[in-house]
Ligand binder design. Structure first.
Ligand code: NAD
Length: 282
């Protein structure tokens, strides 16, 4: 059975990106937020982004209208009942995700795949709170989801081949490059990326160079599109801290032990671009 209707739970940075990706692929997207107002605001922000693409001549008005027409905003979880696939993309917190998976298992039709967009958390723990662990996997998109080509398809010990094949085919339908990864904290990309980002903060704390110069160095010296501090702000400092904490909890590698500056900035509510201030002001 092909995937034609996709539920997306969570209306943050990744939820809105996922809605656009799914609708652009010609599939039906049902986006669920805890309040109708935030769900509606999310669709409005996707529409605003598409309008900019139309202005720049990268998209026709007809295509933009059709894409938005394929996205429905809801607040009631039971509106996801008929979805072939639901992608959970709420805050990076295992308990929150576990209770959501238990609820999704109750409302989504038999055979529907339940997937998580988690960056680091153990997918098998989400599978095991459901009555369908064989139909649970990770589909880890990257930020910004409409622009980034990669999707890590995460296979917990419990997943069936059919689930992994369907999730891989879905990523391909979305025009993405899927890679299959074992269920380990950080999968491939974040397990390699976050020691680098964390060590950039360590370097700043040690006074090796200024923040702007570290960013300039990594752009100019490695040809990276942005430096580590700009990237931390883009990812979100709360999400970055949650990722490092999950990596440290799994591997106990000191490179994953979050630097104090990061933890203090999150405590101060400086979360990056989404709060208009993180390492830089926006
Ligand atoms: N930011 C990134 O670069 C990135 C990239 C790939 C994957 N992810 C993953 O995507 C997921 C979402 O991250 P994001 O960056 O969109 O975060 P975000 O902070 O932008 O959004 C989080 C969303 O979770 C919702 N939420 C918070 N508490 C909740 C609760 N108790 N119950 C239900 N919903 C709740 C919020 O309302 C919001 O819609 C996380 O698992 C994260 O690890 C993030």
């Amino acid at each position: 059975m092909g995937i034609t209707t996709v539920g997306i739970v969570g209306s943050g940075i990744m939820g809105s990106g996922l809605a656009e990706v799914v609708a652009r692929a010609g599939l039906t997207a049902i986006v669920r937020s805890r309040s109708q107002a935030t769900a509606d605001a999310m669709v409005a922000s996707v529409a605003k982004g598409l309008a900019k693409q139309v202005e720049k001549g990268r998209l026709t008005q007809d295509d933009a209208t059709a894409i938005i027409g394929r996205i429905t905003a809801v607040s009631d979880l039971s509106a996801l009942a008929d979805c072939d696939l639901v992608i959970e993309s709420v805050v990076e917190d295992l308990d929150t995700k576990k209770s959501l998976f238990a609820e999704l298992d109750r409302v989504v039709k038999t055979g529907g795949i339940l997937a998580t967009n988690t960056s680091t958390l153990p997918v098998v723990e989400l599978a095991m709170v459901t009555s369908r662990p064989e139909s649970v996997c990770g589909v880890h998109f990257f930020n910004p989801a409409p622009a980034m080509p990669l999707v890590e398809i995460v296979r917990p010990l419990t997943a069936s081949d059919a689930t992994i094949h369907a999730a891989t085919a879905f990523a391909e339908t979305c025009g993405k490059q899927p890679v299959q990864v074992k269920d380990r904290a950080g999968f491939v990309v974040n397990a390699l990326l976050f020691p680098y980002l964390n060590n950039a903060i360590r370097m700043l704390e040690q006074g090796t160079a200024s923040m702007a110069d570290i960013d300039t160095a990594m752009k100019g010296g490695c040809n990276f599109p942005m430096g580590p501090f700009a990237l931390l702000d883009l990812v979100g400092l709360d999400t970055s801290l949650a990722i490092l904490d999950a990596l440290y909890a799994e591997f106990r590698d000191p490179n994953y032990a979050a630097m104090p500056t990061l933890r203090r900035m999150v405590a101060a509510g400086r979360l990056g671009r989404k709060t208009k201030g993180g390492f830089y002001d926006y």
